[in-house]
Design a protein around this ligand. Structure first.
Ligand code: NAD
Length: 499
């Protein structure tokens, strides 16, 4: 389906929206054993979308049992890679076939513009599933170069039962970055979506079954972090946890693994990414546009957001003027309107946290150059203007802490050394960028930046073929690309004596 065929008026579809709202375990729908539910509100207008079953430790227990028994059964874990490929390709196709429904789900549940859900979230999720499906029968194992009196095989085996705990900013994309490689490698999965955006994961599980994933291989348990998420990460029969979320929660997850069974943990955590614009970069308009989208896309709710603009003092005024011009065009609007570019913040507490940072920036002496206010309050939803701070100093909170909202902090520098010092002065190391015409400077700076992804003369360029993840407290392990298989497989050496 092409974008032109998407509905023009999403309001009637939104009014009829009836999402799945129960736990998906062992191929079927269930209520939480406790009978508990939680409210799923839309940040667009604050309305109740549905009440979702609130899974807790007892439901995690049931899901782990189903996952373990499916893994032992072997109809997925020991299936030929070619079979897994065909099923994953069908799964990807089903995601595409349900594009409008999934896009609407994502927009209503977490507030992003419908145009982004349609053009980014659904196609990227489908591509990810397709890519891992295509990859799985093309990855070979190894034979070690031992002597002729032995044969040593180095093979990759599925880890077993994997728990995935994901955030709300790109609910489907973050989930499929786990689902694709976890399932392709032959594992059984329990997905715990964020309590702020549980809906698309539930629909994905249903589509997976329709595609041919056997029951028990892909389970979804919505619920809160401190109940369902914690129980999953502490469970002694879970072999690995793939986590995406905040650094604070990532640290807890490592602790749970240590307290229980030393399960494998991979963490994709937060960021405070530096975006360095050097004095020689000529196309200021192009850089400004990218700098604006680097922080305002997805309402700034992006782990890789270019939230620290580090610009040479000689071009700062010219650049900031252009960034502000682009930002003014990105005023928040109704996420269901296809013309809207900036949507709602995921919920009230997150909006209050963003507004709190805006206040802190002003109190610390930064200059508010644009925005700074809540808007569209009459809608009942949660919207914050694109906000730009100038004259930010490295020690200010808005230069150090992840805001996870549409707030840009601008810092200036005089020498390359100073730019790098400011850029690397962070507990995070997820992404970074440098803008320059000078090839040598581009190499020098990108090598010196302590980040898992460095963009040169672009920002947020993306493809499933490249790994994504962070240095320092931005996490460990990488999502995407063939490297993701490292997280969900065990390496086995089988030594055969031929003497
Ligand atoms: P969060 O840490 O609050 O929650 C993430 C997930 O962890 C949710 O499913 C939540 O329910 C669960 N959780 C919370 N407490 C838990 C606990 N005690 N035990 C187990 N699970 C628990 O993060 P969030 O607010 O949902 O997401 C925003 C964060 O995610 C930001 O820091 C952002 O940078 C990060 N993020 C990182 C990446 C990446 O690829 N590096 C991508 C997207 C988002």
């Amino acid at each position: 389906m092409t974008e032109q065929t998407a509905p023009r008026d999403w309001r009637p579809l939104a009014a009829e929206f009836k999402p799945r709202n129960r736990l998906f375990i062992d191929g079927g729908w269930r209520d939480a054993l406790s009978g508990e539910q939680f409210d799923c509100l839309s940040p667009i207008d604050g309305r109740l979308l549905t009440q979702v079953a609130a899974g807790d430790a007892a439901d995690i227990e049931a899901a782990v049992r189903a996952a373990r028994s499916s893994f032992e059964r072997g109809d997925w874990s020991r299936a030929a890679p070619r079979h897994r490929k065909q099923v994953l390709l069908r799964f990807a196709e089903l995601v595409r076939e349900h594009r409008d429904e999934l896009a609407l789900t994502e927009t209503l549940d977490m507030g992003k513009p419908i145009s982004d859900s349609l053009s980014v979230d659904v196609p990227s999720s489908a591509n990810c599933l397709q890519w891992y499906g295509e990859a799985v029968d093309k990855v070979y194992d190894e034979v070690a170069p031992t002597g002729s009196d032995s044969l040593a095989l180095i093979t990759r085996e599925p880890q077993g039962v994997v728990g995935a705990i994901v955030p709300w900013n790109f609910p489907m994309i973050m989930a499929t970055w786990k689902i694709g490689p976890v399932l392709a490698a032959g594992n059984s999965l329990i997905l715990k979506p964020s309590e702020k955006s549980p809906l698309s994961a539930l629909r994905l599980a249903e589509l997976a079954i329709e595609a041919g994933i056997p029951p028990g291989v892909f389970n979804v348990v919505p619920g809160f972090g401190h109940t369902a998420g914690k129980a999953l990460a502490l469970h002694p029969d879970v072999d690995g946890i793939a986590f995406t979320g905040s650094t604070a929660t990532g640290k807890l997850i490592m602790g749970y693994a240590a307290q229980s069974n030393l399960k494998r943990v991979s963490l994709e955590c937060g960021g405070k990414s530096p975006n360095i614009v050097m004095a020689d970069y000529q196309d200021i308009e192009r850089a400004a546009r990218a700098c604006a989208f680097a922080i305002f896309f997805n309402q700034g709710e992006m782990c890789s957001a270019g939230s620290r603009l580090i610009v040479h003092e000689s071009v700062k005024d010219a650049l900031l003027e252009q960034v502000s011009r682009v930002a003014r065009e990105l005023q928040p609007g109704d996420p269901l309107d296809p013309a809207t570019r900036l949507g709602a913040i995921v919920d009230g507490p997150q909006m209050q946290s963003v507004l709190g940072y805006i206040e802190a920036g002003q109190q610390d002496g930064a200059r508010l150059a644009l925005g700074g206010a809540r808007v569209r309050q009459q809608s009942g939803g949660y919207y914050v203007e694109p906000t730009i701070f100038d004259a930010v100093r490295p020690e200010m909170r808005i230069a150090r802490e992840e805001i996870f909202g549409p707030v840009l902090s601008t810092l200036t520098y005089r020498t390359e050394e100073e730019a790098l010092r400011i850029a690397n002065d962070s507990s995070y190391g997820l992404a970074a960028a440098v803008w320059t015409q000078d090839l040598k400077a581009a190499h020098r700076v990108s090598r010196a930046l302590r980040a898992g992804v460095v963009y040169v003369n672009c920002y947020d360029a993306d493809d499933i073929t490249v790994p994504f993840g962070g240095y320092k407290q931005s996490g460990m392990g990488r999502d995407k690309s063939l490297h993701a298989f490292d997280k969900y497989t065990e390496l086995k050496t089988t030594w055969i004596d031929l003497s």
